[in-house]
Design a protein around this ligand. Structure first.
Ligand SMILES: *Cc1c(COP(=O)(O)O)cnc(C)c1O
Length: 357
């Protein structure tokens, strides 16, 4: 028996975990600072942790009420109908639902380059073809309507990331609107706001009031500190109310995830503290690093360091794990997640030393 042809499918390579790296280097994981996966340096929302503990004795039941409750809580927050909130196993799971709901075999999608690998992967799973729009370093990696539309050729789905991973650049709401206006009626614009909490920019969810060609992606993995729990969602147009039940993996968001999500949503203190730290850290990184960096709306900063693989490797030996961006097509850049003040200072010291040596 043979699998289908998977040669077009790229493998997703996550930033390496502390335990793996420590084992390889034969050192204590306690001595490592991981700033490679845009995780929350303050840990999970404490309210979510408590909810997880309280939920443990009832995980023999399928998630039913909790799923509905989280959907309603999010619908209230975004001022949409409950049916417009598509809960999923992480933002990645929500990307799959959107691909399932839109792509016929052979349909093309347009993804940013550099950009988040899972857009293309998800499209491939659903027998889509992947085309790319180029984001220029010379243009400060900015993504405008022109950037996207000059490479647009009637694709079924266009992916935008704002703040953009791994560069940190942001696309204004009016540019997004222009993109949605100028693309075909049958083109969906997916606005990935995985880092939406870290910016002051208005969410594209407001466009859903009078458009049926935009969907917005959000996640609990970043600002809420729940990456290990796998909880995210898409906000979709009104007209799609019936589609969720047709594309949803049954119970894709677990009972624990839903209860934790409900608790985390009300934990304003944790999100505020998280965002404040990230804002401080991204300006510290930009001011103090001896290399070229770019303005970031997220919880990370892209830095041009020369040989990214070498720099990441030497930084790791010195105890700081950062993301080598070679796999994003940026072999001279690393992405540094904003840490606590202490971690961020250590990262700057280490990178400057490694680059200067
Ligand atoms: C982290 C991230 C996501 C979603 O991650 P999940 O953990 O699956 O919620 C989506 N898009 C981008 C650009 C990301 O960086």
């Amino acid at each position: 028996m043979k699998l289908r042809d998977l040669s077009d499918h790229v493998e997703y390579r996550a930033g390496r975990g502390i335990e793996e790296v420590a084992r390889d280097l034969g050192i204590d994981p306690e001595g490592l600072v991981k700033l490679a996966s845009n995780e929350n340096p303050h840990g999970p929302s404490p309210a979510a942790v408590e909810a997880i503990r309280e939920t443990a004795p009832s995980v023999h039941s399928y998630p039913k009420a909790s799923h509905t409750d989280l959907q309603s809580a999010l619908a209230d927050r975004w001022d949409l109908d409950d049916e417009c909130v598509w809960l999923a196993n992480g933002g990645d799971g929500a990307l799959d639902y959107l691909a399932r709901a839109t792509l016929d075999p052979g349909d093309a999608v347009l993804v940013p380059d550099p950009g988040f690998a899972y857009y293309g992967m998800s499209a491939h799973f659903h027998h889509g073809r992947v085309r790319r729009y180029r984001i220029d370093r010379e243009g400060g990696f900015s993504i405008t309507a022109d950037t996207v539309l000059s490479d647009y050729d009637g694709e079924r789905v266009v992916y935008l990331t704002t703040p953009h991973n791994p560069t940190g650049s942001e696309t204004t709401l009016s540019e997004i609107e222009t993109i949605a206006d100028r693309t075909d009626d049958r083109t969906l614009v997916i606005v990935d706001e995985a880092y939406g909490e870290y910016t002051d920019a208005e969410s594209a969810s407001t466009l859903l009031d009078d458009r049926d060609d935009v969907a917005v992606l959000r996640t609990f993995s970043k600002a809420y500190g729940l990456a290990g729990l796998r909880l995210g969602y898409a906000l979709v147009p009104d007209d799609w109310a019936d589609a969720y039940a047709r594309v949803n993996t049954p119970f894709a968001a677990s009972e624990i995830a839903c209860r934790a999500g409900i608790a985390a949503l009300d934990d304003d203190e944790h999100v505020q503290r998280t965002v404040e730290t990230a804002r401080w850290a991204r300006s510290y990184l930009r001011e103090e690093l001896d290399v070229r960096t770019w303005s970031s709306g997220g919880n990370f900063v892209l830095a041009e360091v020369g040989d990214a693989a070498g720099v990441a490797d030497r930084a790791q030996r010195a105890g700081v794990i950062v993301r080598d961006c070679s796999s994003f097509g940026l072999p001279d850049c690393v992405r540094i997640t904003t840490g606590t003040r202490e971690e961020t200072r250590l990262a700057v010291e280490t990178i400057n030393e490694v680059v200067g040596a």
